[in-house]
Design a protein around this ligand. Structure first.
Ligand code: AMP
Length: 282
């Protein structure tokens, strides 16, 4: 497995390969969610590139950039075990050298949900993903539905900028108790960790109501709120029923919708979502 920090070295290595290339962008602190993307990339491509980069441009000034976990040797061993050919692990200066000044900004779908709460976050995401695409020139790139708005905005960007990359959105990998895998789960205290599956239960209750015929978005959001109210450690940040493409709020669910929520446990924000009807893809 090659490990490279310099985007020019990554491009040279990739251009020497014949066959298809799949890219899996990550910030590391790998878990089964990341590895599911790598396995799919491995199954569908001749070569797999994974990136390992905690992107400062997508963190707000009061967010967890400095304390974000960086278990580099463990991450490299996990990538190697999954048959990754090349890990692109740049330093901040490799992607943002002095004088860096050009950004990729999302359209209106970036104004909702996480975009409304984390100003500049998706500008940082789209910019770094563009740079990864330029260095790796992948045929396919793999993202998790866990970060649904990110996947929607990257798909939009690829279409709008005529990028020759297929965007694959992969299902959310969960712990046995239903908690969506996340590098930030490591921030939870044991009590918070025990309470955290309430997100999945709340989404499940609303998805069941939808399956039983409930189409009113306010009623679905209320079901989520009621389940969360049973867990004193959980503070709801927001719950949304949105159009799966524009991400604008819906009054009622006709066709597909993205039901998503963010819940705070102390200082830790946990995200989860389900596409309605349950089982539909983003
Ligand atoms: P991150 O390292 O958090 O930036 O995540 C890297 C990629 O892994 C993103 O496309 C995420 O959506 C995806 N991912 C994170 N958690 C999960 C999960 N539980 N299931 C599936 N994909 C995930």
């Amino acid at each position: 497995m090659i490990v490279a920090a310099d985007p020019r070295k990554v491009r040279r290595t990739r251009r020497a390969w014949a066959g298809t290339v799949g890219l899996v962008p990550t910030m590391g602190a790998l878990h089964e969610g990341h590895l599911s993307l790598v396995r799919r990339a491995r199954a569908e491509n001749d070569h797999v590139v994974a990136s390992l980069f905690v992107n400062p441009a997508q963190f707000g000034p009061s967010e967890d950039f400095t304390r974000y976990p960086r278990p580099r040797e463990r991450d490299l061993a996990l990538f190697s075990g999954e048959g990754v050919d090349l890990v692109f692990a740049p330093e901040v200066d490799d992607l943002y050298p002095p004088g860096f000044a050009t950004w990729v900004v999302p359209g209106p779908a970036g104004d909702h949900l996480e975009g409304a709460r984390r100003p500049g976050h998706f500008r940082g995401v789209l910019t770094v993903v563009s740079k990864l695409f330029h260095a790796v020139e992948p045929d396919r790139a793999y993202f998790g539905q866990k970060d649904a708005q990110q996947a929607v905005l990257i798909r939009r960007m690829a279409a709008d900028l005529d990028l020759a990359v297929e965007i694959a959105v992969c299902p959310i990998v969960r712990e046995e108790d239903g908690l969506a895998r996340s590098s930030r789960n490591a921030y939870l205290t044991p009590e918070e960790r025990r309470a955290a599956p309430v997100l999945h239960r709340a989404l499940g209750a609303a998805a069941s109501a939808h399956a039983a015929g409930e189409r009113d978005a306010a009623a679905l959001r209320r079901i989520v709120r009621d389940v969360l109210a049973s867990e004193p450690l959980a503070a709801l940040d927001y719950v949304s029923v949105a159009d799966p493409v524009s991400l604008a709020e819906r009054a009622s669910v006709e066709g597909r919708a993205l039901l998503s929520l963010v819940v705070r446990f102390g200082a830790t924000r946990l995200l989860d979502n389900v596409v309605l009807p349950a089982g539909e893809k983003l």
